[in-house]
Design a binder for this molecule. Structure first.
Ligand code: M6R
Length: 615
């Protein structure tokens, strides 16, 4: 996730862009850049770090013209370097069209386009997917910036919100959107473009939300919106009345809730370009160089902390079930100190959202010291863990700001599912089975959107509020949903400060059952199509017999569950292997609304930090 801002008007362009970038910094903050033009020169300056670092880097530089753009980056392709920062330009020697492009999203077919353009003599200076857009526009230069951009967009596959300016057309800014947000701000004789209205909210609150497949042309005289095939679009301006702080959170009160709701999108991003339906296989470019070693693996050790460790447990179920490779999941803090045995044929898989967790990093280094093959699953590009693993896969979930991890969890499970299919296909899993799983995986974002619909959310909120004053909760699940029970309990305790324990449902009778009474609710994941469902029902009976209350996570088809459970959190039916991708969501919301009701500090819970960089 990156932030884009553009401006056409009479104000000081540099100041407008820098202010907008500060407001968008929550969207990404590893590097930033600015470009303006007056028709004589196209000035592009970039810097690694925060917007304040960019400000220092551009001190004393003048930015000419009345048109400009800025970008704050959250790396997706290529490390955090000045060359990879946006805006990107085409060939420095071009006489055709000198453009600057800022982009948010992922261009899936960029390698193919890059190869074609290199053959035509284009020289690339970054490792990004975005740079191909600048070169493509240059390639299509034909006497109109708008037409060149339109032609280039027709070649692109993937997600984008882009802004383009050029030296040759110093009174024209072109922007376009496909699956990445873009908003046009309409001022008095001036126009703004932004990833969200926070980019320009101090200047205008009159906005037009640009839709997928639309291209916007802005000049000092006005704007036009059209489809990629040139069909004109007319859209009403709407007035927003939120304050700037709220807009940064996209209208949400808390980042955690925003990130819960982002999951259909972040999950889709985690699988984008990685599903090969035809071959029933997954394509994980980050570990492609290790495919031979992976095909003969004898054992996998997954190591991580907190929520990432829970995702690792889901990974254990998936890899063992689908690929039949033995997997152990270890807390990184334990693994690092207990002389783990890493024989040839063992791969160590480290999982970390931040890529900076001290214990996970130490575990990684211990595994490397012992000569193991170390793979990573990380969200933050260029983070220490991402750099130090031998190979790895990124989540592409965008920045996760709420301390309670939500979207990273589901993205980790998505990547682990892809990895499991890849490992399984090299060990004899049929193409048809691969296709079946991957098709179901591709449907998950839609199922999540359905799950997150307002009526369902209200139902979950009501249940959370009704239980917010309880002091203890038990979370139970079986099989692949046991780790989800652990994750549900962790979410509740870390943001609401209610004591919660997660257990495999059958383990309850070996101790925790002693705690059950009217005051302690049990949250049980009970999916009707789960082969273990009858056993879970028996576990419910055990709770009811002791006067306990049950909140069940159940599928919509389950008309019987109310006989056992006083409250039901409904989820759509998906294959059991993928069910954590839906069962996790109501538990995140249950914790969120209980914490809101208790008046807790949701995004920065007490005693916690987003990235635990100490032992
Ligand atoms: O950045 P990481 O995934 O390595 O972080 C690991 C844990 O610190 C993290 O998941 C923590 O448990 C979260 N606060 C859970 O919501």
């Amino acid at each position: 996730m990156c932030g884009i801002v553009g401006y056409v008007g009479k104000k000081n362009v540099r100041d407008v862009i820098i202010e907008g970038l500060h407001r968008l910094e929550y969207r990404g903050y590893d590097s930033a850049g600015i470009a303006t033009t007056d028709g004589k020169t196209l000035v592009v300056k970039k810097a690694i770090g925060k917007i304040s670092d960019l400000e220092k880097a551009i001190q004393g530089i003048s930015f000419p013209g009345s048109i400009g753009m800025g970008h704050t980056r959250w790396a997706t392709h290529g490390g955090v370097t000045e060359a990879n920062a946006h805006p990107h330009t085409g060939c420095p020697w071009t006489k055709k069209l000198q453009v600057a492009v800022a982009h948010n999203g992922i261009i899936e077919n960029y390698r193919h386009i890059k190869t074609l353009l290199e053959k035509k003599g284009h020289m690339f200076t970054s490792e990004t997917d975005t740079e191909v857009i600048a070169h493509l526009i240059e390639e299509y230069a034909n006497g109109s910036l708008f037409e060149a951009v339109r032609a280039a967009l027709n070649d692109l596959e993937g997600a984008y919100a882009i802004v383009v300016i050029s030296k040759e057309y110093p009174h024209e800014l072109i922007a376009a959107r496909n699956q990445s947000p873009l908003v046009l701000g309409v001022g008095k004789g001036e126009y703004y473009i932004g990833s969200d209205p926070s980019a320009f909210v101090t200047h205008t609150r009159d906005v037009i939300h640009v839709e997928d497949g639309e291209i916007v042309r802005i000049t000092p005289e006005g704007y036009t919106i059209s489809l990629l095939d040139n069909t004109p679009i007319s859209r009403n301006v709407t007035h927003i009345d939120w304050d700037a702080k709220k807009i940064e959170k996209g209208g949400y009160d808390h980042y955690m809730k925003k990130e819960i709701d982002e999951q259909p999108h972040s999950t889709r991003d985690a699988m984008r370009g990685r599903i090969d339906i035809e071959n029933g296989n997954a394509r994980l470019r980050g570990i492609e160089d290790k495919l031979n070693e992976l095909s003969i693996l004898k054992r996998i050790i997954i190591t991580a902390c907190g929520t990432s460790w829970h995702a690792g447990l889901v990974g254990e179920y998936l890899i063992e079930e689908l690929a039949r490779i033995p997997v152990e999941v270890e807390y990184a803090s334990e693994f690092r100190y207990r002389s783990p045995i890493i024989e040839p044929g063992t791969a160590v898989l480290v999982i970390s959202q931040s890529g900076e967790t001290a214990d996970t990093l130490a575990a990684l280094r211990e595994a490397k010291r012992q000569g193991g093959l170390v793979l990573g699953i990380c969200n933050v590009i260029g983070s220490t863990i991402a750099r130090e693993t031998h190979s790895g896969v990124y989540l592409h979930a965008g920045p996760e700001i709420g301390v309670a991890s939500t979207k990273a969890f589901t993205s980790q499970i998505t990547v682990l599912t892809l990895l499991s299919v890849l490992l399984a296909r090299s060990r004899g899993m049929s193409q048809a089975r691969g296709q079946q799983l991957l098709k179901a995986l591709a449907d998950i974002p839609e199922k999540m959107t359905y799950l997150l619909r307002p009526e369902n959310e209200q139902a979950i909120k009501k249940i959370a509020e009704a239980h917010a004053e309880r002091n203890h909760f038990l979370y139970l699940g079986r099989g692949i949903n046991f780790p989800v029970a652990l994750e549900g309990a962790l979410k509740l305790k870390e943001i609401s400060y209610i004591h919660a324990e997660g257990y495999p449902a059958a383990e309850m009778k070996h101790g925790p059952i002693a705690l059950i009474d009217k005051k302690m609710p049990s949250v049980i994941i009970a999916l009707k199509h789960d082969p273990l469902y009858p056993k879970i029902i028996s576990n419910m009976e055990e709770i009811l017999a002791r006067g306990g209350d049950i909140i069940a996570v159940a599928t919509e088809e389950d008309g019987e569950i109310e006989k056992k459970a006083k409250h039901v959190l409904r989820v759509p039916t998906v294959p059991i292997e993928l069910s954590p991708l839906v069962t996790a969501l109501p538990l995140q919301m249950l914790a969120y609304y209980a914490a809101v009701k208790r008046g807790c500090e949701i995004d920065q819970p007490r005693n916690l930090a987003k990235s635990v960089t100490v032992e």
